[in-house]
Design a protein around this ligand. Structure first.
Ligand code: PD2
Ligand code: ZN
Length: 224
């Protein structure tokens, strides 16, 4: 198993453009503590449309991890529909997995499969942490599959008519979804310490619908 040793921050602070194998990606905003970066153009509009088209027929109601048992539960905190692709599932997905990993400065094999979410009007994702809190008994079963989550990339696949901002309440930050753009953040430092300032959520959609793709990175190689 290839376990990347945790380095922090993973995204170099001086980076303003990231040249990946097939696309130059621009940093349009960043915060240092916690590490947050907004990318203008991670995906092309055509790639966003293709991801939506490939996902539409596979959508299922989203779940969250029960903190006690670790099992996946449908709850009102996350009113969205979702599906996912295995890492490198097709040539198209492999191309996106490679680009996203390059921008996140973390190995492709440490990534969970790309998760696609669709929110209708009223759909939201209440504030939460993407890492598995160590004091929740249900976290162990997930941490066993490649270690703690260390960073997240949320990619906007469409422009949303109303609402649907990604919010970071402790930072007073709200990101308006923009097709092809992405918000990146890190929450585990060199010592494995998690950062509670990365509490974040998806505000309710008030008009139209919202589509996103999320990549979560693990400390070690992800075991699906
Ligand atoms: O849809 C969002 O904006 C959102 C907000 C918070 C997505 C996630 N978390 C996630 O996929 O973890
Ligand atoms: Zn989240």
């Amino acid at each position: 198993m290839t376990t990347a040793s945790i380095t922090f921050p993973r995204l170099p602070r001086t980076t303003r453009r990231i040249q990946t194998a097939d696309r130059e990606v621009f940093v349009s905003m960043r915060i240092e503590q916690p590490e947050v970066a907004l990318f203008d153009n991670l995906l092309s509009h055509e790639e966003c449309d293709t991801l939506i088209a490939l996902s539409r027929a596979k959508l299922k109601q989203s779940t969250i991890v029960d903190p006690q048992t670790g099992s996946e539960e449908v709850i009102q905190d996350r009113t969205s529909y979702g599906t996912y692709f295995l890492v490198n599932e097709t040539a198209f997905i492999a191309k996106l997995d490679a680009r996203i990993a390059a921008v996140m400065h973390w190995p492709i094999e440490n990534g969970e499969g790309l998760q696609i979410l669709n929110y209708k009007v009223g759909g939201e994702y209440k504030p939460h942490f993407d890492y598995f809190p160590a004091n929740n008994p249900g976290s162990a079963i997930h941490i066993a599959k490649g270690g703690q989550r260390v960073s997240t990339m949320i990619i906007y696949l469409n422009d949303v008519e109303g609402g649907g901002e990604t919010i970071f309440p402790p930072l007073g930050l709200a990101i308006t979804p923009k097709k092809g753009a992405a918000i990146y953040f890190e929450y585990v430092d060199d010592k494995g310490q998690v950062d509670e300032h990365t509490l974040h959520g998806g505000a309710p959609v008030t008009a139209g619908e919202k589509w996103i793709a999320t990549k979560w990175m693990r400390a070690g190689k992800y075991i699906a």
